[in-house]
Ligand binder design. Structure first.
Ligand code: GDD
Ligand code: MG
Length: 352
């Protein structure tokens, strides 16, 4: 699993939290992915990390708590998406899955494995069809699925296809021979094009699974909406859910779906929902309104504050009557003054 990116597009959330540890409905995203791997029968996971690795190591340890074996390969300087694989070559003994660490998907990994075993070749790439392929890797293939071109992030209007690299590969060990050691190498810009030019067979595995790259705040909120509504199957129950639901059931101002972790306190006159996630220890004051938003742990919202389509990281304080414009992202420990009017799409918070 490639988890070495800095999560630049998610700042300020990723100043204090590496992208894989960003919570998805109150559980670190990495834990959600590990669970998906476990369900697929995978027990051996190598994490290629670099940015804030300690937070990841502290959380997962050796993986035994999950019944899995986790090995870490920490890059002092980023090796790129292929360099990261070359770096773990000694650990790789056979065909292996590669996962971009920021993808929320319902992809069936065992089915992809069957596809690869049936097709043969040096590897299979999971593809998804999207309306706007330009920010992704575009993958061209023939009717038999054989890939003829991999074009990373083509300019708008020059996309050869709407089938994009969905960030999950199943590769044979032989692909490592195409990656030079000891320098930064991009699998998208260098390795895949070289493998194709060498005439090796890469196959496209296109599915219509739920799929989202969590790399930007709008997508982070969309992921929550989709999980809470059941569009992305992840929660066992829908409606008013989570350890803290007792505080919300029967509350007149709560509009499902809402998920609340433990120890939340919601004033009887507050309005919460739809599509709201409250982290543990959040407190919501009298008359406050929260819609379409994700609050991490211990966020305190003053009376009469209004929060819509926003992401508030851990321990943010929102003063009474403050209004947070749609699309805003507030970093850890930030305090918003009483009565403040925060512009839409603001990013508040700093690395410290
Ligand atoms: N170990 C390591 N080292 N991991 C890295 C490095 C590195 O130097 N650089 C990036 N990663 C990890 C990131 O943490 C992330 O999980 C994954 O590799 C992909 O990097 P992103 O920065 O998220 O790339 P992207 O979203 O712009 O594009 C990639 O994903 C798209 C699908 O979401 C590409 O693979 C595209 O082709 C693809 O369409
Ligand atoms: Mg990404």
């Amino acid at each position: 699993m490639l988890v070495g990116g800095e999560g630049t597009r998610l700042r300020p959330l990723t100043y204090g939290t590496p992208k894989p540890m960003v919570p998805i409905v109150n559980v670190p995203f990495l834990a959600r992915t590990m669970e998906r791997l476990f369900t697929a029968g995978i027990r051996d996971v190598i994490l290629a990390a670099g940015y804030m690795p300690q937070a990841i190591v502290d959380y997962l340890g050796d993986g035994s708590r999950l019944g899995m074996k986790v090995t870490y390969a920490i890059e002092d300087t980023p090796l790129g998406t292929a360099g990261a694989l070359k770096n773990v070559e000694p650990h790789i003994t056979g065909p292996f899955f590669v996962l971009n660490g920021d993808i929320l998907t319902s992809l069936d990994l065992p089915a992809m494995r069957e596809y690869h075993e049936c097709k043969g070749g040096i590897g299979a790439l999971h593809l998804i069809r999207v309306d706007d392929p330009s920010p992704f890797g575009c993958v061209v293939h023939d009717a038999n699925g054989k890939v003829s071109a991999f074009i990373e992030k083509p300019p708008k209007g020059e996309e050869p296809t709407n089938e994009i690299n969905a960030g999950t590969y199943l590769l044979e060990r032989e692909i490592l021979d195409f990656i030079p050691a000891g320098r930064k190498v991009s699998i998208e810009h260098e390795t895949f094009p070289q493998v194709i030019a060498a005439g090796k067979a890469l196959y496209a595995y296109t599915t219509d699974d739920y799929w989202l790259d969590l790399g930007r705040p709008e997508q982070y909120l969309a992921a929550h909406r989709d999980i809470l509504s059941g569009t992305m199957p992840l929660l066992v129950e829908l409606g008013i859910t989570g350890e803290g639901r007792e505080a919300l059931l029967g509350h007149p101002g709560v509009v499902p779906p809402v998920h609340a972790a433990g120890d939340v306190v919601v004033d009887a006159s507050a309005r919460v929902g739809p599509n709201v996630v409250l982290g543990s220890g959040c407190s919501i004051g009298a008359g406050a309104v929260i819609r379409e938003s994700v609050l991490w742990d211990r966020v305190s919202v003053g009376s009469g504050a209004v929060i819509e389509q926003a992401i508030l990281a851990s321990r943010v304080t929102v003063g009474p009557k403050a209004q947070i414009g749609a699309g805003s992202v507030v970093g850890h420990d930030f305090s918003i003054e009483p009565g403040a009017m925060i512009e839409p799409a603001s990013r508040l918070g700093s690395p410290g």
